[in-house]
Design a protein around this ligand. Structure first.
Ligand code: NAD
Ligand code: UPG
Length: 439
């Protein structure tokens, strides 16, 4: 099939590449000419494991194209995916200006009838509003059908998730559209759930809100564990073995970040409020997350009294490992707060350091490796559980730092490991490790 994908961000680019990989002819369109120029040179504009090879391979086979010209990209399209951003507005609701503009761009340029698939995460009711908006601007004789097809990929494992997802949700008004999209997606071999448009839109928000709830729940249990002398990892393991609970998304830490959970939980609270429903549970999930982000600063102040002049090695900037994405990363809250408290900041991130220099507007030094960041530091603060940080011998801290004092927001090391390395170790929901010598 001939497919056009509007937007070449994390979702649009991965979707376009994956659809070309299963044999479709895909043209990805973006309004950012710099992105398109880079993509046309075979260079991905985001970091995602496995993306680069797959993209280049399909470009060379002539199945994957990039353009900033809607007229060119839409010329042969049978199906058009809208995969542009739906960021958060100041009041927490979803900002739909980009998807509305993308819909108008398509309506203005498309000259043949097509199925419009909305992949962006949008509040319930948006698909039908977008359809009406497009109908008002289509060329005479052109017809469209609309489908909701929310995306569930995770950053850092986007290619894997696209080929091994748990389900593909297709929300449509008519059976024919659903059948076309189902057969188009068949090569993925993933179960397809066909439903109505409103339910499809809601499945996306409900899924993200539920996962965020699991994280805030375990973080609250973690905070209680600290007070009661329990270890949250033992607790999560014991809980997760109950298949009704499941072990995933029970990793306690400094809270969820990223481009989705924070914005989608806020958008669902807003959507509920617009319909006179006070979503108290979700409001608490958000509040717990906001508090969780600051926990380690409180622990640092408790340990040092003041951070003025203390050299802090910040390990990891991205909101999770294997991505260069800093959107809503706890680093964006913690690093400015450290600067405000007078700390000297040295940051390390294997992939997201460049983004750090763009997004974090406080004075900080960036290093190429962990060792340079740790050298002569008064303490380390782990924000992202990158594999090279997790796999590092914990004794390294003592070898390089003034004193091996580590505040770990991702529970990278076990308590016995920390004890054996003679670190002073503060983590989340587990007992503090304070060697005799530090007391
Ligand atoms: N990032 C994720 O992991 C993820 C996962 C599932 C769902 N989603 C949802 O998917 C949507 C896209 O998210 P993203 O992270 O890929 O966004 P992104 O910000 O990474 O990318 C959006 C892209 O759209 C382009 N764009 C904006 N307006 C355009 C227009 N009129 N025509 C063509 N291109 C245009 C931008 O230049 C940008 O390249 C959002 O609704 C998001 O909530 C994201
Ligand atoms: O047990 C856990 C699991 C995750 N996290 C944090 O939660 C955030 C989100 O992680 P993850 O869900 O792995 O990454 P995302 O790429 O944000 O993916 C989520 O958001 C996407 C956008 O909507 C959805 O498509 C995915 O299904 C959904 O998992 C990160 O900060 C993680 O560190 C925890 O703190 N504890």
């Amino acid at each position: 099939m001939n497919i056009a994908v509007i937007g070449t961000g994390y979702v649009g680019l991965v979707t376009g590449v994956a659809l070309s990989e299963i044999g479709h002819t895909v043209t990805c369109i973006d309004v950012d000419p710099k992105k398109i120029a880079k993509l046309n040179q075979g260079i991905p504009t985001i970091y995602e494991p496995g993306l680069s090879e797959m993209m280049l391979n399909n470009q060379q086979r002539g199945r994957l194209h990039f353009t900033d010209q809607h007229r060119v990209g839409l010329a042969d399209a049978d199906v058009v995916y809208l995969a542009v951003g739906t960021p958060q507005r100041a009041d927490g609701s979803a900002d739909l200006q980009y998807i509305e503009q993308a819909a108008l761009d398509v309506a203005g340029h498309i000259r043949r009838s097509a199925i419009i698939v909305i992949k962006s995460t949008v509040p319930v009711g948006t698909n039908l509003r977008i359809k009406q908006l497009m109908l008002d601007h289509l060329h005479p004789g052109v017809t469209i059908r609309i489908a909701s097809n929310p995306e569930f990929l995770r950053e850092g494992s986007a290619i894997h998730d696209t080929f091994h997802g748990d389900r593909i949700i297709i929300g449509t008004e008519d059976k024919d559209t659903a059948s076309v999209l189902e057969s188009m997606n068949k090569p993925f071999g993933i179960p397809v759930i066909k439903t109505d448009i409103a339910s499809s839109e809601m499945i996306k928000y409900a899924s993200n809100a539920f996962l965020a709830t699991k994280i805030s729940f375990i973080n609250e249990i973690a905070n209680l564990c600290e007070k009661l002398g329990a270890n949250v990892e033992e607790v999560a393991k014991g809980m997760g073995l109950d298949h009704r609970i499941g072990s995933s998304f029970l990793r306690a830490g400094i809270g969820y970040g990223g481009s989705c959970f924070p914005k989608d939980t806020n958008a669902l609270v807003q959507l509920a409020g617009n319909h006179h429903h006070d979503f108290n549970l979700l409001k608490s999930v958000i509040e717990v997350n906001n508090h969780q982000r600051r926990l380690l600063i409180e622990k640092m102040l408790g340990r040092f009294g003041s951070l003025t002049g203390k050299k802090v090695a910040v390990l990891g900037l991205a909101f999770k490992p294997n991505t260069d994405d800093l959107r809503e990363s706890p680093a964006l809250v913690l690093i400015p707060e450290l600067a405000r408290l007078g700390a000297e900041i040295v940051c390390y991130d294997p992939i997201a350091a460049d983004q750090g220099t763009k997004w974090i507007n406080v004075s900080a030094q960036y290093t190429e490796n962990v060792a340079d960041a740790l050298k002569d530091a008064d303490c380390a603060l782990i924000i992202t559980d990158w594999p090279d940080i997790k796999r590092m011998d914990p004794k390294t801290y003592g070898r390089l730092m003034r004193q091996a004092i580590v505040f770990d927001g991702r529970n990278c090391y076990s308590i016995p490991q920390a004890r054996a390395a003679r670190m002073e170790y503060y983590s989340i929901g587990r007992p503090d490790v304070v060697p005799e010598i530090s007391k």
